[in-house]
Design a protein around this ligand. Sequence first.
Ligand code: ADP
Ligand code: MG
Length: 332
Amino acid sequence: PDVVSRIAAGEVVLRPANALKELIENSLDAGATSIKVEVKDGGMKYLQIVDNGCGIKKEDLDLVCERHATSKLESLDDLQSVSTYGFRGEALSSISLISNVSIVTKTAEERCGYKVSYCEGKMKDKPIPCAANQGTAITVENLFYNVPLRQKALKNLFEEHKRVQDVVGRYAVHNASVGFSLKKYGQNHLYINSMNNTSTKDVIGLIFDTNIARNLLEKEGSDDTLQFKYKILATSLIYSAKQMIFLLFINHRLVKSEGLQKEIAELYNIYLPPKSYPFVYISLEMPSANVDVNVHPRKETVFYLHEEYINKKILTAIQQLVLGKDAYQTYK
Ligand code: ADP
Ligand code: MG
């Protein structure tokens, strides 16, 4: 791989937390119910994720770090969403261009596990049989070892660790029935939310603040014409934080929408006293062909069809939530 593709990889993965987000999504795609993360130096030195998902077939191991290698295109609908969803099969290949990746994995069919290491997207050696539980362990070491500029920019390991923690926490909230744990290298697990039917509220209490959890209002809704549905958990007007906490998942991907966040902040602004802010979690699902996460290489900023209409629906729902249905009539 040439310098250009390495630089491109450095654009997709700007910091350890970006890499981790991709790895967590892969584990969730693999059906994992347990995801264990361990990091050293904010993920720069060492970033490991162990899941109990379906595992990777032995014969696929030489491909997973190749560009555009994906096992997730099965239907025509998938093909259509490729053009919009973008970056299919780019995550592992990008990560392996700028770090040392090794994988231990076992599928249900295989009698033993296999271990492989990669260098610049290529398998270093044939898979070595080893003992393993079903699932996949991916270890990313020396992230950005060959991208000195990124290394220089990421000197604050405390900040990187915080971002890693934030990504794990947010995915744990969105996947309340999946057990997540985060461990600093050589230390005990920082927090674990068990798989025992924890509710989203419980996880929010665990990861953010029990006070938030106590003041959450919940609303679900859908729209038949535009085929979208939403679930909102938002704090009532009694609760106030020092800054707004906003979690947005579209089709189960953690994304950013500054527009929507701003509109919600402004809505709360009308009712909350100065310098108080809400906690808002939104899960939005819509046909994947309507979502465009392709605009930004990090896939964070999202654009979707009928954005104005959908945002308005969400704002109305939040307003109804915090004011109560009857009160809403007078504020309309
Ligand atoms: P994508 O997720 O878009 O398919 P990735 O580069 O993220 O592309 O992953 C490449 C492929 O590697 C996936 O399609 C999947 O087959 C396999 N893979 C990666 N991580 C896991 C995992 N934790 N469990 C099972 N398969 C995985
Ligand atoms: Mg992926």
